[in-house]
Design a protein around this ligand. Structure first.
Ligand SMILES: C[S@@+](CC[C@H](N)C(=O)[O-])C[C@H]1O[C@@H](n2cnc3c(N)ncnc32)[C@H](O)[C@@H]1O
Length: 243
């Protein structure tokens, strides 16, 4: 079932025991945008995630404050831009990007990266080849390196053509995630959260990790847009107070 952005966030909050108002507040503050079929609303070219999906991952990163974020499938830098903007709001969190063809921290196969990496993750966003096998391998490998309370998300899980492959891959890896399709996107997200281990604290924001120093052009643009939005809001408030 297709929902609007606020309905999706409300459903995500219910499914994962999060604060719906907080998720909605975060998402509404994210004006980075993304792919859109209407040229007037399109901020990133085809291949990028939709703006509403960017708002969802932005809101989740703001709410969950993951310390180590892994992005598999970077291409336009759109999903990266939303997650990085959230780490700026959080004042912490490091994003590692992997893409087998486009500019990323690691230019290699996503499953191969997960097989060889020693790192552990709090938030994994996957948007790669969308075949059954690659999706299955990514989920099966990522869960082994996912901290308690960590989240795995796959893009395109409800897509009219590749969605069935994404869902089959995830299910063959042994997962039953929640699926969300948010208008106007026809792509959709699969979201799964590893149960919290009550003996381990995953809220590691006490020691904040500084955001990375080198930013992609997409992120620089996103940061500029965010700064402009914040400035307009602050000016509006000061004008009101002055009156
Ligand atoms: C749909 S695009 C990603 C879009 C990106 N998330 C965004 O919002 O701009 C898919 C990307 O995954 C990469 N890719 C495809 N198969 C891959 C694999 N097996 N391992 C790593 N990257 C892969 C492609 O090179 C491509 O850049």
């Amino acid at each position: 079932m297709t929902m609007n952005l606020h309905e999706t966030l409300w459903k995500i909050a219910t499914d994962f025991n999060l604060d719906a108002d907080e998720l909605i507040r975060y998402a509404d503050a994210d004006e980075i945008g993304g792919y859109h079929t209407n040229p007037h609303f399109k901020k990133f070219e085809c291949g990028a995630i939709w703006g509403v999906e960017g708002q969802i991952i932005y809101a989740l990163v703001c709410a969950l404050q993951p310390e180590n974020i892994l992005e598999l499938g970077t291409l336009r830098g759109c999903s990266y831009a939303h997650m990085e903007a959230a780490t700026i709001v959080n004042e912490g969190g490091v994003i590692t990007t992997v893409d087998n063809a486009h500019n990323a921290d690691f230019n290699m196969d996503a499953a191969e990266y997960l097989r060889t990496s020693d790192d552990t993750w709090d938030f994994v966003f996957e948007d790669t080849g969308h075949g059954v096998e690659i999706t299955r391998d990514i989920w099966a490998l990522a869960v082994q390196r996912l901290n308690p309370g960590g989240v795995i998300i796959s893009h395109d899980a409800m897509h009219p053509t590749v969605g069935i492959e994404v869902r089959t891959g995830i299910e063959r890896a042994g997962f039953s995630p929640k699926y969300y399709l948010t208008a106007p996107s026809d792509c959709g997200l699969a979201i799964w959260r590893k149960p919290l281990d009550t003996t381990v604290s995953t809220r590691k924001s006490v020691t904040k990790t500084p955001p990375r120093k080198t930013k992609s052009p997409a992120t620089q643009l996103a940061a500029k847009r965010q700064a402009a939005v914040v400035k307009v809001a602050v000016d509006r408030i000061s004008n009101k107070e002055g009156n």
